[in-house]
Design a protein around this ligand. Structure first.
Ligand code: HEC
Length: 254
């Protein structure tokens, strides 16, 4: 049987023990230094091996900059810049919101058209073009709510909820519908500003098109919807147009 103790030195030399102890204690020094440097306050940035764009030259608020003539890093907004939420106040509330004043909960949609818009044949032609681009797919050429998207959706309705994965289709509104001689979406019941608002922000299951259609073009579409009503439901539309504007005091609910 081999006894391992035979291999142990009989006596460890003292210098060797001293050197070994020194090495062990000395190995703690870097650890202690690292710990120290992670805890103290630094005036300069830490060593950053991977920059990841964390540090890059930039000009901070109120700083000076030699780049610009006036020596300031902060620039004035470009002339005509409008802060978010201040559009209406700056450029005519009605034009941009369809609302009479743009303030308060009980604000009403405007009837007629905002100041500065000339409703002539060119405006209507523009409205027709835009309606046929953006609204026709669902609401149809005549505004009856029978566009190709609506037709396709209805043809897919089999009455079997599992076949349509439980989804259902909300038919596009019939914009020229009239009941008892009154237009559902006529100027009396549904002021121009409200149609503008629906185009801008959408409503219920209809998405908004404010991002895609410029402001004036949205008003042109409103004018064209009125033209459609006149051509598709002439009697009701004429009655609605003759109705006093004061009837149109629906409150804005976005
Ligand atoms: C992708 C299909 C789709 C497009 C495109 C579309 N609509 Fe609609 N629209 C709908 C649907 C669906 C409804 C019914 C929404 C509901 O009641 O849930 C609706 C409703 C409306 C209403 C009635 C809202 C109300 O208060 O009942 C108006 C007005 C209207 N759309 C105008 C427009 C105009 C103008 C355009 C073109 C800029 C347009 N829509 C484009 C699908 C569409």
């Amino acid at each position: 049987m081999l006894d391992l103790r035979l291999f142990l030195p009989k006596r460890v030399p003292l210098p060797l023990i001293a050197v070994a102890s020194l090495l062990v204690v000395g190995s703690w020094v870097p650890l202690a230094l690292i710990l120290h440097y992670t805890q103290i306050y630094h005036t300069s940035p830490r060593i950053h091996l991977f920059q990841d764009m964390d540090n890059q030259p930039k000009l901070k608020t109120q700083a000076a900059s030699p780049v610009f003539n006036d020596g300031r890093a902060m620039r004035r907004p470009v002339e005509g810049t409008i802060a978010r939420g201040h559009l209406g106040a700056a450029q005519g509330t009605a034009l941009h919101t369809g609302l009479a004043s743009g303030h308060g909960e009980n604000n009403s949609f405007i009837t007629g058209f905002p100041e500065g818009l000339e409703v002539d044949e060119f405006f209507l032609a523009r409205g027709q073009e835009k309606f046929n681009t953006f609204c026709y797919p669902c609401h149809g050429k005549g505004g009856h709510g029978d566009g190709p998207v609506n037709k396709r959706a209805l043809s897919l309705q089999t009455g079997d909820p599992t076949a349509s994965y439980g989804t259902s289709w909300t038919p596009s509104a019939n914009l020229v519908k009239s009941e008892n001689g009154a237009l559902t979406y006529g100027e009396a019941a549904y002021p121009n500003g409200e149609i503008f608002n629906v185009i801008t922000h959408g409503k219920n299951n209809m998405a908004g098109y404010g991002h895609a259609i410029p402001v004036e073009d949205r008003w042109a579409i409103v004018a064209y919807v009125r033209a459609l009503q006149l051509s598709q439901a002439p009697e009701a539309a004429t009655a609605a147009n003759d109705a006093p504007a004061s009837k149109a005091t629906k409150t804005a609910a976005r």
